[in-house]
Design a protein. Structure first.
Ligand SMILES: NC(=O)c1ccc[n+]([C@@H]2O[C@H](COP(=O)([O-])OP(=O)(O)OC[C@H]3O[C@@H](n4cnc5c(N)ncnc54)[C@H](OP(=O)(O)O)[C@@H]3O)[C@@H](O)[C@H]2O)c1
Length: 220
């Protein structure tokens, strides 16, 4: 049985937890506080879920989802995440996160920064252009004409392979938008991201929107 570690138990973390359990995974999940603060969520998620600290989640998960806004000073358990595939869902929202000159200047994308913070992990950007509450209602089986696609970006092909399989199990096609330096093409305000607010796009439309995105959007 594969266990998915999830750091962050807000909108995204809890919805990915629900979807993972419905797909047959067990999950271990953390917020920034003690595990007891997640008792209600764990009761709701059922016996396939348990709460732990972020460090325990990082150690226990076969792979780990980070569903936590990015901070400039790393607040993730880098040592415990060593060698693991880390799915990072964060979107850079200066109004919420503060301004990061490193990102605003275009020196690196937000997910390249996460990779710098977790140098021995295999970071992959995923689930960033789908609203968490739509993870269940937008899911469709393979071959359904209404099935939508989600983009991923990583510097590690094995991470792309794993998340492509996971997204398929969740009911989504995948378009590979690697490496991480290209991940700005799916950030907030891009056409891929805006389309997602209106119901998403199929594989062909997503691939086209990625290519047509007019210019580098610093930081995304
Ligand atoms: N909401 C969406 O639909 C959506 C969709 C795509 C992408 N995103 C992006 O995904 C990220 C997460 O979004 P969200 O909406 O899930 O946020 P959220 O509802 O505010 O939840 C954030 C979670 O992260 C936890 N957290 C914060 N710092 C932590 C730390 N150092 N260690 C462990 N846990 C920590 C918080 O724990 P506490 O409660 O203890 O503070 C909380 O459980 C954001 O960057 C967001 O832009 C969101």
């Amino acid at each position: 049985m594969t266990t998915i570690g999830i750091i962050g138990a807000g909108e995204v973390g809890s919805q990915i937890a629900r979807k993972a359990i419905a797909t047959g995974y067990t999950i271990v999940i953390a917020n920034s506080r003690v595990p007891e603060t997640l008792t209600d969520l764990i009761t709701d998620l059922g016996p396939s879920a348990r709460a732990a600290t972020a460090a325990e989640v990082a150690l226990t998960g076969d792979f780990v989802v980070i569903a936590v806004p990015l901070r400039l000073a790393n607040d993730m358990p880098a040592e415990e995440l060593a060698g693991k595939i880390v799915i990072d869902t964060n979107n850079y929202m200066p109004g919420r996160d503060g301004r990061f000159p490193l990102l605003d200047s275009g020196q690196m994308t937000v997910h390249e920064l996460r990779q710098v913070q977790l140098p021995t992990s295999k970071v992959i950007k995923a689930f960033t252009h789908i609203q968490a509450p739509t993870l269940f209602p937008f899911a469709r089986p393979q071959g359904d004409p209404d099935r939508i696609a989600l983009a991923v970006s990583s510097d590690y092909p094995e991470a792309v392979e794993l998340v492509t399989r996971l997204q398929d199990q969740f009911g989504y096609d995948t378009v590979d938008n690697s490496p991480l330096s290209e991940s700005w093409r799916t950030g907030p305000g891009t056409s891929v991201w805006n389309q997602s607010l209106m119901g998403g796009q199929d594989r062909e439309a997503l691939a086209r929107n990625l290519v047509l995105e007019p210019r580098r959007q610093p930081g995304r």
